[in-house]
Design a protein around this ligand. Structure first.
Ligand code: SAH
Length: 220
């Protein structure tokens, strides 16, 4: 197969993913569906797994980490209700795929990753794609953004045993946070809202994420 044929084949697979795995399972936000169509997931998946890019499952990205399954990326993005005025904090850059999706919807994305090699790879892909509204930080995201700042939206893409306090503090009044909360192995996807300084939570569904390792996450 030549390059053109590979791109066309993946474009077809992407369209099928949107119909079969996203729309059919209830994702209806047109901005989210559009973002999942525009961002080519294969650019974030290691060469060896490229043919499985649009299968609805997580895939290895190296360093024992995974790129989340497309449906979960779409669901979390929909639940986050991002608009073009939003400043978004993402914990767990990983491959940068979720970051790229968010960058098409938000004013600005701030993303934190502990593993330098993953952060550098994500940064180089996004730079190549011409994305200019993302700031990267390498460090422990459970402690929040390193400068004093508040965010309209916070998305945590690794499992936390409970909501990290620094993230609750950096969530703006009226803001939303989406996070997988629970023990290693299986968690509940939670949507949290800050109102009058208090956080209220709502469960969405059961999920399985890799652990967030950090001061306000899991121990190593
Ligand atoms: N959103 C990613 C999926 C990331 S998997 C994607 O679309 O590819 C979770 C990521 O969280 C991993 O890359 C892991 O290294 C990172 N991580 C784990 N603990 C962390 C911490 N304390 N701060 C920031 N990132 C962390």
């Amino acid at each position: 197969m030549n390059d053109r044929e590979v791109i066309d084949k993946l474009a077809n697979a992407r369209r099928r993913m949107i119909e079969d795995n996203l729309k059919r399972r209830g994702i209806s936000d047109t901005a989210v569906l559009k973002a999942m169509e525009v961002i080519r997931r294969e650019q974030f998946v290691p060469e060896a797994y490229r043919s499985q890019t649009y299968a609805d499952c997580p895939l290895p990205i190296g360093k024992d980490q995974t790129i989340s399954q497309p449906y979960i990326v779409a669901l979390m993005t929909e639940e986050l209700r991002v608009n073009s005025d939003c400043e978004v904090l993402e914990i767990g850059t990983g491959s940068g795929y979720q970051t790229a999706i968010l960058s098409t919807l938000a004013k600005k994305v701030y993303t934190i990753e502990t593993i330098e090699q993953l952060a550098e790879s994500a940064k180089s892909i996004l730079t190549k794609l011409g994305v200019s509204n993302v700031e990267f930080y390498i460090g422990d995201g459970s402690r929040g953004w390193p400068e004093e700042k508040s965010f309209d939206r916070i998305i945590v893409t690794a499992a936390v045993p409970h909501l990290p306090k620094p993230l609750c503090e950096q969530l703006a009044e009226g803001g939303l946070m989406v996070a997988p909360v629970g023990p290693a192995g299986v968690q509940e996807l939670m949507v949290c809202k800050k109102e009058n300084g208090n956080i209220t939570t709502q469960m969405v569904c059961g999920v399985r994420f890799v652990k967030l390792i950090g001061e306000f996450g899991f121990a190593e």
